[in-house]
Design a protein around this ligand. Structure first.
Ligand SMILES: C[S@@+](CC[C@H](N)C(=O)[O-])C[C@H]1O[C@@H](n2cnc3c(N)ncnc32)[C@H](O)[C@@H]1O
Length: 259
């Protein structure tokens, strides 16, 4: 069976249900802390640096950076509901983090103001138009100061092709079951996700499709966007490999620099 996907799926999938279904990866503070340990060891970040967590969702990485004394972090994400959730957390924990709703392809943020653009947690490859990810990287280039850093953290496409199970399910508490069917074809992973409540029935039945990058393809894209000093890191996941968290299991991290 081929999984049919609405090309605009990414505009509406990221909400409270996503925070629940993906809580084992993006809702685990220990994992987020370990990820920030890894990322801050790969690129030189200073507490006074201006940092953009692009496609940053509810801002888990920016909030963790703020807790570590990074005072100038902004989160930009398309999802208004994640932005609102992040803003509420920031009020409790880290008021200096700014949250902005927008499209990463054209952010309206001022040029050459940032020391770092972080695109983390597999946030590329969602938009069907062939040059969308290139546009996101070109926008990152526009926003960075000269010598600023780009850090990308995506699914390792080569590893996903060989290891991702076609079917997976997990329970959340006593009530909710998440079932995933996946097809990996032509450099993409397409999935159907059903979220069921034992008490109330179907919560969600949605499909999505994400472009997968090999290390070579991602490097080529970063070069096309004009970056240099490119370094690739594989096998740098903070996640426990025994647990199937889909695209988040095997990661490919690339750092690059504006000249
Ligand atoms: C898998 S989530 C990861 C969020 C966050 N980086 C993390 O690691 O928790 C992907 C995020 O990318 C955002 N996103 C995808 N395409 C986007 C775009 N063109 N502009 C802004 N946000 C986008 C989604 O709204 C979603 O919050």
């Amino acid at each position: 069976m081929t999984i049919d996907v609405d090309p605009d799926w990414w505009k509406t999938l990221f909400d409270e249900v996503y925070l629940m279904t993906d809580a084992r990866s993006i809702g685990d503070e220990v994992i987020t802390r370990q990820e920030i340990d890894i990322f801050t060891s790969l690129v030189p970040m200073q507490p006074h640096d201006r940092i953009l967590d692009l496609c940053g969702g509810q801002g888990r990485h920016a909030l963790e950076l703020c807790r570590r004394g990074f005072r100038d972090c902004t989160v930009l994400d398309y999802s208004q509901s994640l932005i609102d959730i992040g803003k509420r957390e920031a009020v409790d924990q880290c008021r200096s983090v700014q949250f902005v709703q927008g499209d990463a392809r054209h952010t309206d943020l001022p040029p050459e103001t940032l020391d770092h653009v972080l695109i983390l947690g597999n946030s590329l490859g969602y938009i069907t138009e062939p040059d969308a990810d290139l546009q996101i990287l070109q926008e990152s280039m526009r926003l960075l100061k000269p010598h600023g850093w780009l850090l990308l953290d995506v699914t390792d496409g080569a590893a996903a092709c060989t290891t991702l199970a076609p079917l997976a399910w997990h329970e959340i508490g006593d009530d909710v079951v998440v079932c995933r069917q996946r097809e990996v074809t032509e450099g993409r992973i397409c999935a159907r996700e059903m979220v069921l409540s034992k008490a109330q029935g179907m919560i969600r039945d949605r499909t999505y499709c994400i472009r997968l990058y090999s290390a070579e393809d991602l490097t080529a894209l970063v070069v096309r966007a004009g970056f240099g000093d490119i370094k690739r890191y594989s096998d740098v996941s903070a996640l426990n490999r025994a647990v199937d968290v889909g695209c988040m299991n095997q990661r490919l991290v690339v750092s690059a620099r504006k000249s």
